[in-house]
Design a protein around this ligand. Structure first.
Ligand code: ZN
Ligand code: ZN
Length: 356
């Protein structure tokens, strides 16, 4: 798929400042003809049952498209129009046209949170984060390893559900007793337990689980909360000029992770329902209803630098501009490598050579 510029025939890309399309060759802008509709919630159980059928009998999957498959990290990366990336956005390995493969059937994307900031703003955020004052320009050359800086959409499944949990347990209340005599006389705190039984209703909205496996889960969680309420129904235009990672963790695996997070919340609700100073949960039977999911793409910018043959990743939330970097074991050396990579990818030169 390709979105052509009506004035010069160039390839339009999504332009975050206007939330429309813009031609990088002639500057022509075209609005995206999109109703700001919310992406549909899909029935979870119906889809999970469909996915258990043989591939040819499944009805929920989208037709195969082309994907770039990284020869190093095996990331499956979708793109719209002509592939312009020369390096994998996740591990900075050079990629070739021959790495483009037919994508397997996949669940269709329901919604996108479009990029809210453009590439120059994201670069500015990374520069601020690095802080120019640490370095001398001469040190850059030693670390002139290749890097990549790309806007990438990451796949998520978000889950909604109603839960009703019937539980049994014990409530513990503290009381004090005086023991001993003479010099040994003292008070001790003891716990009186009694049996309790009850039920809690806990609703869940947009529990978001990352569906790719290349990024550290903790680092992805750092970028939360995601403004999933800002998701709009999927249109390919939003992906023009960006890369998008395809999901590698299936819907049922992601649902399992979501359930484990939701069970933690339910246990928390039970403990506060029990009250007292201590709680024990002996039994919790949850029935679920109104279970739905959405397959969403969420935007990040990803800077990858190679340092001693290992990729280091710096993330920028594509909506808020918040930056999070991988914790380096050698902060200064890694930062030098980051700066060298910024120079290699063509940004940041002025500010660093201009600093003292
Ligand atoms: Zn044009
Ligand atoms: Zn890769």
């Amino acid at each position: 798929m390709h979105f052509a510029c009506v004035s010069c025939g160039g390839q339009l890309v999504f332009n975050p400042p206007t939330a429309g399309m813009k031609c990088p060759s002639c500057g022509n802008e075209q609005p995206i003809d999109a109703a700001a509709d919310q992406p549909a919630e899909r029935d979870l159980l119906v889809t999970l049952e469909d996915l258990r059928k043989p591939a040819e009998a499944q009805t929920v999957n989208a037709a195969p498209t082309k994907e770039l498959v990284c020869p190093n990290c095996n990331g499956h990366i979708g793109f719209i129009g002509t592939l312009t990336a020369t390096r994998c956005p996740f591990c900075a390995t050079p990629v070739q046209r021959s790495d483009i493969k037919d994508a397997p059937n996949r669940l269709p994307v329901d919604g996108v949170v479009p990029f809210g900031i453009d590439t120059p703003s994201a670069e500015g955020k990374v520069k601020e984060w690095i802080g120019a004052r640490w370095f001398a320009p001469n040190d850059f050359k030693k670390y002139s390893k290749a890097g990549s800086f790309s806007g990438v959409y990451l796949p998520f499944f978000t889950f909604d559900a109603q839960s009703y949990t019937d539980y049994e347990g014990e409530r513990g209340d503290n009381y004090t007793v005086t023991v001993g005599s003479g010099q040994n006389r003292r008070t001790e705190t003891r716990i009186r337990w009694h049996h309790v039984r009850g039920a809690v209703d806990v609703p869940f909205d947009d529990v978001a689980v990352g569906a790719e496996s290349s990024l550290e889960p903790d680092r992805l969680r750092d970028l939360e909360p995601w403004p999933t309420q800002a998701a709009v129904a999927f249109r390919a235009e939003y992906l023009a000029g960006s890369l998008s990672r395809s999901y590698e963790k299936n819907l049922d695996v992601c649902h399992g992770e979501a359930v484990s997070r939701m069970n933690d919340d339910i246990a928390h609700a039970i403990r506060s329902d029990i009250g007292g100073d201590h709680q024990r949960i002996h039994r919790a039977d949850t029935s679920w209803s109104k279970q739905t999911y959405r397959h969403l793409l969420l935007p990040i910018f990803l800077l990858v630098v190679m340092f001693q043959a290992k990729p280091y990743q710096v993330f920028v939330n594509g909506v808020s501009g918040e930056v999070h970097g991988q914790r380096p074991y050698s902060w200064i050396k890694i930062t030098l490598a980051v700066i060298a990579a910024l120079i290699v990818v063509g940004i940041g030169l002025g500010i660093y050579y201009g600093s003292k």
